[in-house]
Design a binder for this molecule. Structure first.
Ligand code: SAH
Ligand code: SF4
Length: 409
């Protein structure tokens, strides 16, 4: 758990937590989330000869990621013998769904159970939220149990970092959504190339629990599986990764993953950002914006989203709005104003609606879209709210859904 020592020089400030646990693979691991190379290796490990592996990988890829098959026996193009070998050594398991909530407006939330390091001890939970909208639907995905960082307005920031999610657990969130929504093609359609917009889940945002750029390799490997055009097939332009500003991994995100970038800015001055997003002490605003200016692939057609949480009396003045516009000059940017979602014990309040509108107007007049959306799924959030005092987790879920909703424009 991090301690922040305010008297230390900025470079020595410790703002990152270390994971409490490692992921321990079960004896019979799931093939879900494996890349082609990892699948080939897994097949090699159970005796599939090298010359057959490429073809077998193609077959498995199709069954796992195009058809969403949950049972080796259904893989009719794979020999019976290999199916039985696979069944002995592997599963096609996704994270267990322990709760599902469905809003009248179609928003759905799934609470997923993930194994802890020590068998028999309390498992961990993360949430995944599905938000349908006009002609699109966004899935908000988590990258860690807890978070490496300590943003003061974020409830996850006050919690411990338990562990990083594996690629399988990240890809598994999309698999669960498609399972639950019946979003796999029917057998007759499965061999046809599918139009991207024929899918229910059309967009992914890495905006759930955790800081994706502190779990870089697993997030990268997972998103490359998710974006594979012969598999899950969510185009990279429809995947947005949100970071609080892990500068060294921003260019890697562009170069090695190639998805859309969102940056949690939240303040226009280092002094305030140091407080709200303590990682700013390590990577201050100018360094962060420089990394954004150089983000591979950013253009007017592929803008970087800057997220700005509206905190009453803290960062919501008209001067802040003007400074925000000045700060982003020259960067192909969109601004996403997020109404602060309060949690028990927080010292912050959400800006008044009036103030959000005034702020939004400045941003809008400067040519930035500033979608401040009416939250979706209010009914199921309200249900969560009623249970708020029972566990921290429920209120964390509520916040996550709101954030995801703010992101869908
Ligand atoms: N760790 C990443 C992604 C997850 S958080 C990041 O920080 O970008 C997703 C978004 O929700 C971020 O912009 C984050 O700053 C914002 N957020 C966190 N807590 C919030 C709250 N209580 N109300 C509104 N937005 C919040
Ligand atoms: Fe982590 Fe993002 Fe929350 Fe900051 S805002 S503590 S980086 S989840």
């Amino acid at each position: 758990m991090a301690t922040i020592v305010d008297t230390a020089p900025a470079s020595a400030l410790f703002v990152e937590k270390t994971p409490l646990e490692r992921y321990v693979a079960p004896d019979k691991p799931s093939l879900v989330g494996l890349s082609r190379a990892a699948l080939a290796e897994a097949l090699g490990g159970v005796g599939v000869p090298e010359r057959q592996r490429k073809m077998r990988v193609q077959q498995l890829w199709h069954w796992i990621y195009v058809r969403g098959t949950q049972d080796f026996d259904a893989m009719t193009s794979v020999s019976k013998e290999l199916r039985s070998v696979l069944d002995t050594h592997f599963t096609l398991a996704r994270p267990d769904v322990v709760a599902e909530q469905i809003s009248v407006d179609g928003t759905r939330k799934w609470l997923l159970r993930l194994p802890g390091e020590t068998p028999g001890e309390r498992p961990h939970e993360v949430e995944c939220v599905y938000i349908p909208d006009d002609g699109r639907a966004t899935l908000c995905v988590s990258s860690q149990v807890g978070c490496t960082l300590t943003c003061t307005f974020c409830h996850t920031g006050t919690q411990r970092l338990v562990r990083n999610l594996t690629p399988g657990e990240i890809v598994g969130q999309l698999m669960v959504a498609r399972d639950r929504l019946g979003d796999w093609p029917r057998a007759a359609e499965a061999s046809e190339p599918r139009a991207e917009d024929g899918r229910l889940v059309s967009n992914i945002v890495m905006m759930g629990m955790g800081e994706p750029l502190y779990n870089f390799e697993n997030v990268r490997d997972a998103l490359l599986v998710v974006a594979d055009g012969d598999g899950l097939s969510i185009s990279k332009r429809r995947i947005t990764l949100s970071t609080s500003g892990v500068v060294p991994n921003i260019s890697r995100t562009g170069a090695e993953i190639g998805v859309m970038l969102a940056v949690s800015l939240h303040a226009v001055r280092d002094e305030l950002r140091n407080e709200l997003v303590p990682l700013n002490r390590k990577y201050p605003i100018q360094q962060l914006l420089e990394a954004c200016r150089n983000y591979p692939g950013a253009s007017n057609a592929k803008r970087i989203t800057f997220e700005y949480v509206m905190l009453k009396g803290i960062n919501d003045s008209i001067d802040d709005a003007k400074a925000l516009v000045r700060l982003l000059k020259g960067i192909p940017a969109k601004i996403n104003l997020i109404p602060f979602n309060p949690w028990p014990g927080t010292k912050y309040e959400c800006s008044d609606w009036d103030q959000i509108e005034k702020f939004s107007e400045v941003v809008f007049n400067a040519g930035y879209a500033s979608p401040v959306r009416t939250p979706r799924g209010r009914d199921i959030l309200a249900a969560c709210g009623q249970l708020k005092s029972e566990t921290e987790k429920l209120s964390a879920r509520e916040r996550m859904a709101l954030r995801a909703m703010a992101m869908t424009e």
